[in-house]
Design a protein around this ligand. Sequence first.
Ligand code: C5P
Length: 324
Amino acid sequence: MSHLHSVPCGPDPAPPRSGSAASVRVEAPGKVNLFLSVGAPGPDGYHPLTTVFQAVRLIETITARRQPSQSRQDITLTLEEPDGAVPTDEANLAVRAAHLLARAAGVSEGVDLLLRKRVPVAGGMAGGSADAAAALVACNALWGTGLGPGELAALAAQLGADVPFPLIGSTAVGHGRGDLVTPLMARGTYQWVIALQERGLSTPEVFRRFDDLSGAGPAPSTQEVPEAMTAALRAGDPRALAAHLHNDLQAAALDLRPELAGVIALAERAGALRAIVSGSGPTVVALVQDAACAQRVRRALDASGLCSRTLRVDAPVAGARVVG
Ligand code: C5P
């Protein structure tokens, strides 16, 4: 991390370290978990994970705009399409990300953030985490703070377990709380049908239900990513990948939302290679062979009344990047 050198005196002091653009636009992707193995919670309440993330073409966009010079630092967030379920104050992870970067890099400038959301809210696809990752990258460029990928990843991990992944995108293995991410070699393109629910699920509640359901048996421990899954990804083989999709949180999400079992069964009956709950849910993601199959699965789900909406997306896509 570089630090601002003070300018002793003079009529025209150099402006605070800063990028030169008036605004910076950054895109960051949502994710699905291809594999999620959850262990018993540690003393901090967090669960150790082994997971495989895949970034999907559901893209959050943050535009960071320079403010006219102000006496105090002001970080604001506006939603392009206002949504009562998304806070615009300090409760928003993107706002927290901007504050954290400003503190860490000693920036006193403010920023106006404009957010366009495409990842479903509270759906288990890490939309809020993508917003935070996008805000870090956007403010780092706007303010000219010059943090490198490792420094941004360390700040991202302070914001939430799922925030480091959208910085790198593509396909990656996550360890620790899910925040220690390593890129994974993957070929090919994968087609997903995403089945959305009207009401979200709370991630802490799903983890609590996971603990309740595992209470009777031996303490759960994390499994490593099966070699067959990494081989399927290396080969770019969706059919082989489908056989190894796995989510330890699925039983907890189904316990909280029994109707999701019907979504999974219907997607598979309609021809999906496999369907699983994404992360902590309630979104169900169905891996399909091709566009024709995607259409059949969407038609069946849309007609069933079991989900509020369906989307088709491809994956993997790149991590957070400046696009304008
Ligand atoms: O890190 P983040 O704020 O996204 O996590 C939200 C909640 O999900 C945590 O407060 C915790 O209850 C749960 N969680 C967990 N173990 C993880 C990740 C999240 O228990 N590895």
